[in-house]
Design a protein around this ligand. Structure first.
Ligand code: FAD
Ligand code: NAD
Length: 489
């Protein structure tokens, strides 16, 4: 599996990975760990025009959004909760440029970290734009404008995704921004419009609402978070209402005009049940989904199969129709989540090395990092009813959790769904503090086909938020101790 370098000839590798987001860099590192010679090509340049690794996730996605969610949550706590704890503040303020600078520092630390990981694992990182010329040839146009080819036994496409634009409200990067622009507002917009009540709309809408923006979210669908268990989405809807997020469902954006202040204000036109409406904002975030990045990636002669919406077509093992070319992450079917892409990257690497690794697509955890967090895995009640599966549920509210009350963070609940006959856990749905971390306990349990009784028989430390998971599992069979049970057995 050694690479050959012959002077004057193209560089040769066992594996060339295109893209260094969480799907690509993980695939590259795992391939190198397994003894392959690997190059990873990346074209991303950050706002300082520096070539960097890490893709959407590290540069403008998961990490910077969570940095701002954490900063804004601390601000909100200082504003609303400190007094309850007997902590008084003289004057509370928000220095937005400082908050953004902290976010940038975290991003730089992590993107530089990938450079270190590549060096430690002997992955050759190459900054440039890749195009697949043939089944074994990747053409690189590097950062200095030089062109050269790489030869590869295997190619892994991990080119990710980018935001979808909508014609009625085109991004201008000034007043109308996408998720990347929404991480860079240099002051808190007084009135913020968000188009799309999906994950990005809720997370980034929350950031600016906590800092004082009056936020209106316009969602085209008439249901809120349709892929979330209905009991949970109803709960979340109430919580967001209390937090001041004004979510308008069934609101279809039709156009815009600039307000009196020229570029400083925008009127968004939309239609809802009441007819044509108009609302004025200082900034608008468009967050209506993302689409795969495949533009200019393939030579016309390369007959790679794409799906209707532009995703690279792959099988369960991420193989394309060309036997030595694979594709992983946002550029292929499935949820656009960093951890899903990383697991696919590991699977492809390990299968190239002859292992039988699989991704369990039934157990991909989803999290919305608002406060409280929303997290789920497996099936929800509506899906199970549609499939005709006989199930039982158990729930536990954080309002009955000693640890949540001690932290003054007791909104939400844990809900566990299990098969009515076998007791095997089929799904878990949480809204509440640290929902992402609590959910992981159930993801692991489900990987081992645990029953609700297995969780019930496990000892949980006290006082901890995870006791809510324990009690919800006990409640599935009517054995919860710290709430009344629906069924008594
Ligand atoms: P990407 O991260 O998009 O990386 C693809 C890389 O390929 C890019 O760096 C790109 O420059 C490079 N590339 C593309 N074409 C070429 C080419 N021709 N040559 C060379 N390089 C190329 N997911 C979560 O799981 N949790 C979260 O909390 C979360 N938060 C998010 C918040 C926001 C605001 C956004 C926008 C996304 C968030 N996501 C989150 C989604 C997550 O970022 C993506 O699912 C993830 O980044 C996809 O990884 P990827 O490696 O497939 O693609
Ligand atoms: P999304 O698919 O989560 O939500 C988009 C929303 O916009 C949907 O509710 C959709 O009905 C609505 N919409 C579509 N067209 C519209 C229109 N014309 N007018 C009004 N509403 C419209 O997409 P997103 O929020 O842009 O996020 C993109 C991807 O990034 C998601 O797939 C998500 O998985 C990923 N992401 C994940 C996280 C996380 O894991 N915490 C965070 C951010 C982003």
């Amino acid at each position: 599996m050694n690479s050959e370098r012959v002077k004057g000839m193209n560089k040769q590798y066992d594996v060339v990975v295109i893209g260094s987001g969480p799907a690509g860099y993980v695939a590259a590192i795992r391939c190198a760990q397994l003894g392959f010679s690997v190059a990873c090509v990346e074209k991303w340049k950050n706002k300082k025009n520096k070539a960097v690794y890490g893709g959407t996730c590290l540069n403008v996605g998961c990490i910077p959004s969570k940095a701002l969610l954490d900063s804004s949550h601390k601000f909100l706590e200082a504003q609303n909760d400190f007094d309850l704890h007997g902590i008084s503040l003289q004057k509370l303020g928000i220095d937005v440029p400082k908050m953004l600078a902290r976010k940038d520092k975290v991003v730089n630390q992590l993107t530089d970290g990938i450079k270190g990981l590549f060096a430690a694992n002997k992955v050759e990182g190459i900054f440039g734009t890749a195009k697949i010329k043939g089944p074994n040839t990747v053409a690189i146009s590097d950062c200095d404008g030089d062109n050269h080819d790489l030869e590869a036994k295997y190619i892994i496409i991990a080119t990710g995704s980018k935001p979808i634009d909508i014609p009625p409200v085109p991004i201008d990067d000034k007043i109308i921004v996408d998720s990347t622009g929404a991480l860079e507002f240099d002051e808190v917009p007084k009135r913020l419009g968000v188009i799309g009540a999906g994950v990005i709309g809720l997370e980034l809408g929350s950031v600016w609402a906590r800092l004082g923006s009056e936020v209106t979210v316009l969602e085209a669908l008439d249901s809120f978070l349709p892929s979330v268990d209905r009991e949970i989405s109803r709960n979340v809807s109430k919580i967001f209402g209390k937090q001041g997020l004004n979510i308008k469902l069934a609101s279809r954006v039709t156009g815009y005009s600039l307000g009196k202040g020229g570029k400083k204000q925008i009127n968004i036109e939309y239609s809802d049940q009441d007819g044509e409406e108009k609302k004025t904002f200082d900034k608008v975030i468009v967050a209506v989904g993302r689409r795969p990045m495949t533009e200019d990636l393939f030579d016309d002669k390369l007959q790679i199969d794409l799906c209707d919406r532009g995703f690279v077509k792959v099988d369960d093992q991420c193989k394309t129709n060309i036997s030595n070319i694979f594709a992983v992450g946002d550029v292929v079917r499935g949820p656009m989540l960093a951890h899903k892409g990383s697991e696919e990257g590991v699977m492809v690497a390990e299968r190239l090395a002859g292992k039988k690794t699989q991704v369990n697509y039934d157990l991909i955890p989803s999290v919305i990092y608002t406060h409280p967090e929303i997290a789920w895995v497996g099936k929800n009640e509506e899906e199970l009813k549609e499939e005709g599966v006989d199930f039982k549920t158990g729930s536990f509210p954080f309002a009955a959790s000693g640890r949540a009350l001690a932290a003054n963070d007791s909104e939400g609940l844990v809900k566990i769904i299990a098969d009515a006959q076998t007791d095997r856990i089929l799904g878990c749905h949480i809204v509440g503090p640290s929902a992402a971390d609590l959910l992981q306990q159930i993801v692991i349990s489900m990987e081992f086909s645990a029953s609700a009784e297995d969780i019930g028989l496990t000892m949980f430390s006290h006082p901890a938020l995870s006791e809510a998971v324990h009690e919800a599992a006990l409640a599935v069979n009517g054995h919860a101790i710290h709430i009344g049970n629906k069924k008594k057995r």
